[in-house]
Write a protein that binds this ligand. Structure first.
Ligand code: ADP
Ligand code: MG
Length: 260
């Protein structure tokens, strides 16, 4: 399994969507960097370019202004060790859980014994081995998101990019998925960037929390979260304090009129 997360460096990164009729400046001069195996969360108003940033890091949007580097190299769409996880899971409804989980490995043409071994291991690790023969529609939202994460992890990524992955889950499943993600992130030393609209989620998971302002999207502030991952953190005073600060930063966003 992957032993070391990727490093990410973003410097003065700007990006505009251009069509024949108009140009939308989505992000402007974004700068931050992430060490190997670290976990950052990003919150900000809607349309502040959070998804755009993830797509750039996934190599899906070519950029012309500024720099974005993963392990010192520009993001490529074919970079196998980057995994992008979206809100709607991206599972194929006509394939079983097992077929969905091994899909990424099949696309990468791994030998079948290895696909079988890794698939079984990951299903056990994710606690979904009993659902291997079921179809996505027969699973809860939390289970479906576990299958999507299992499929990503089976390809041994060093960088997990997550775009509001838990936002369609109920509050209880969301919290247990956050704990689950934290555990696998630590165990594997994965680098994770998660976009979320949940202030508590950002504070619970991010060792640093980047607050975006819009429009165009820019970094408003980066909060440090040194106690992240400590026991019973959700009940800790510093957790509440951080949530209040983040809420204040988001309210500032609303009142400056920089929001669409
Ligand atoms: P967020 O994820 O923070 O809600 P997005 O990155 O989706 O923001 O969008 C940032 C801005 O770019 C918005 O103004 C949005 O309308 C615009 N945008 C996003 N995707 C496209 C696209 N494919 N073509 C044109 N404009 C886009
Ligand atoms: Mg988005």
């Amino acid at each position: 399994m992957s032993s070391e997360g990727a490093s990410v460096a973003v410097r003065d990164l700007s990006f505009s969507y251009a069509s024949a009729e108009r140009r939308v400046e989505a992000i402007q001069e974004i700068t931050f960097s992430i060490e190997r195996g670290d976990i950052y969360t990003i919150i900000g108003p809607s349309a502040s370019g959070k998804s755009t940033l993830l797509y750039i890091l996934a190599g899906l949007l070519p950029f012309a202004s500024g720099e974005a580097l993963i392990n010192g190299e520009r993001p490529q769409p074919g970079r196998r060790a980057t995994s992008l996880i979206l809100q709607n899971y991206g599972l194929l409804p006509w394939k079983t859980v097992w077929q969905n989980v091994v899909l990424g490995m099949e696309i990468r043409r791994l030998p079948s014994p290895e696909i079988r071994a890794r698939g079984e291991k990951i299903l056990n690790e994710m606690g979904i081995a009993g659902a291997a023969k079921r179809y996505p529609a027969e699973l809860s939202g939390g289970q479906q998101q576990r299958v999507a994460i299992a499929r990503s992890l089976a390809t041994e990524p060093d960088l997990l990019l997550m775009d509001e992955p838990f936002s369609s889950l109920d509050a209880y499943s969301r919290e247990s998925m956050q704990e689950f993600l934290q555990e696998i992130q630590r165990k594997r030393g994965l680098t994770v960037i998660m976009v979320t609209h949940g202030i508590e989620e950002a504070a619970f998971l991010g060792r640093k929390i980047i607050v975006f302002a819009g429009h165009p999207g820019s970094v408003y502030r980066i909060f440090d979260n040194p106690l992240v991952g400590s026991a019973e953190y959700r009940k800790n005073d510093s957790f509440f304090h951080l949530c209040t600060e983040l809420r204040g930063a988001m309210e500032w966003n609303q009142t400056t009129g920089k929001i669409l």
